[in-house]
Design a protein around this ligand. Structure first.
Ligand code: SAM
Ligand code: SF4
Length: 424
């Protein structure tokens, strides 16, 4: 039986796609293994948002080539963002070990078919379809690509323009997932607030949420990632009426300085962002707010950095994904003056991480003594893992339930990443 491994870099859309590739391969009778050395082929799903993730892909492809030259296996199939723009580099690093490069802006179905064709030409076995097991939660992409062109970001180049999936196709997919036991659905898009606009429905996003929320059997509904500039009070009010929407908003702010937000072309100001978070807190009292922040954007001065620091302290995000700016090819910011020195970027990054960790700890400590409901999503060494609706991971001693169960837990302790609790 042919064996494969999948290596995924980057965002939840890539995770979703990798799951679909996995499903296709398992259905075809291939066996997934963790050890690259044991595999006949490795499918890399790549990310180019930061230079580091691109470098990791190339080193992975290089490693596979070294194995291939020694043992005549495995070989590589590369897809995702790096495959869109860096075909030559991948071929140079991987040489003959690379059997296919599938551009990330091609549709998932096209890429699945190409993988099938590539493997079919290599395989001598009969392909036998099998069942697929259900999970507690599943990602469902609803819009691909991005039209926003933030000046630092390579995504609009690697993934192309916005393309919404038809509503009935999404509803069909969610219904199938829910019928097979999935409890939580996470709708995905780079700018999910734009869902429907390219297919002629300005109110597409909220209508999509309303339609998914009504599906019988769904227990929790989430979405990622929303674009702060595209929220309005009407959307928030309609969201509040949804029965299954989780009170968690991931709202990437990127910077607390209006000057830097302008240079990034984010389309909102610090004041607008603060007032949006205020409205969310008013309407969804218990909501958690998380964000993405970039430090060391070209031209970021000490004052700009201070503004970002102040914003973190003012809003008190539950969690922030803070990263150092990484120069990406084909982006406007790569050509801007005032590129910030790496050492200074690292200093700023560490300073913000320290502040955010303290805030996260304080926020998580506030849950101690409370009873929360977790959706069981995994198990460790005599431990159960589950998430509360605010998207915090809870670790429970022992077996607190089965995969996909909703279980009440009392929170007994917390660190800056997790909550800990015991089953009631
Ligand atoms: N579409 C979402 C938004 O508007 O924020 C996020 C998608 S982006 C692929 C995920 C995160 O990667 C961004 O929020 C940003 O913080 C980070 N990112 C994107 N380009 C980057 C770059 N050149 N350097 C560092 N971080 C970057
Ligand atoms: Fe990148 Fe901006 Fe599009 Fe997000 S909205 S994917 S940060 S260009």
């Amino acid at each position: 039986m042919m064996k494969f491994s999948i290596v995924t870099f980057g965002c939840q859309i890539n995770e979703y796609e990798s799951d679909k590739f996995r499903e296709t391969l398992i259905n075809l009778g291939f066996e997934e293994v963790n050890d690259l050395k044991e595999s006949d082929f490795v499918l890399f799903n790549s990310c180019s948002v930061r230079e580091k993730s691109e470098a990791k892909l190339l080193s992975g492809v290089g490693f596979v080539r070294s194995l291939y030259e020694k043992y005549s296996h495995p070989r590589s199939i590369v897809t995702g963002c790096v495959a869109t723009t860096e075909e030559k580099k991948i071929k140079k690093v991987g040489k003959d070990s690379v059997i296919a490069i599938l551009k990330g802006n091609e549709s998932l179905d096209e890429r699945r078919k190409k993988i099938f064709d590539t493997l079919n030409s290599m395989s001598t076995q009969t392909l036998i379809p099998r069942g697929v097991k259900s999970k507690a939660f599943e990602f469902v992409p609803v819009i691909f690509g991005c039209n926003s062109f933030c000046t630092y970001c390579i995504v609009p180049i690697t993934k192309g323009r916005e393309k919404s999936r038809p509503l009935d196709e999404i509803i069909g997919e969610v219904e199938t997932l829910v019928r097979s036991g999935t409890k939580e659905i996470v709708l995905l898009g780079q700018n999910i607030n734009h869902y429907g606009i390219d297919i002629g429905n300005e109110k597409g996003f909220i209508e999509l949420l309303e339609n998914v929320d009504r599906i019988e059997g769904i227990k929790r509904l989430r979405f990622l990632t929303s674009y702060p500039a595209d929220f309005d009070i009407e959307i928030l009010k309609r969201m509040r009426e949804l029965k299954h929407l989780c009170p968690h908003f991931h709202l990437p702010v990127q910077s607390g300085s209006n000057r830097i937000l302008g240079l990034m072309k984010r389309g909102y100001t610090r004041e607008y962002y603060i007032s949006l978070v205020g409205k969310i807190s008013e309407l969804f009292g218990k909501a958690s707010i998380t964000t993405d922040i970039i430090v060391g954007f070209p031209g970021e001065t000490d004052e700009d950095f201070l503004e970002t620091k102040n914003l973190i302290e003012k809003i008190k995000f539950d969690k922030s994904f803070i990263v150092a700016y990484s120069k990406r090819p084909y982006t406007l910011a790569a050509k801007m003056e005032g590129q910030v020195d790496d050492t200074l970027k690292r200093q700023r990054l560490n300073e913000l991480l320290k502040i955010q960790n303290e805030i996260s700890l304080e926020k998580n400590h506030a849950y101690i003594g409370k009873t929360v409901e977790i959706l069981v999503e995994g198990f460790g060494n005599d431990l159960t893992f589950g998430r509360i609706t605010q998207d915090k991971l809870v670790i429970v001693e022992g077996k607190a339930g089965n995969l996909g169960d909703l279980v009440n837990v009392e929170i007994t302790d917390a660190d800056f990443i997790h909550l800990r609790g015991s089953k009631l």
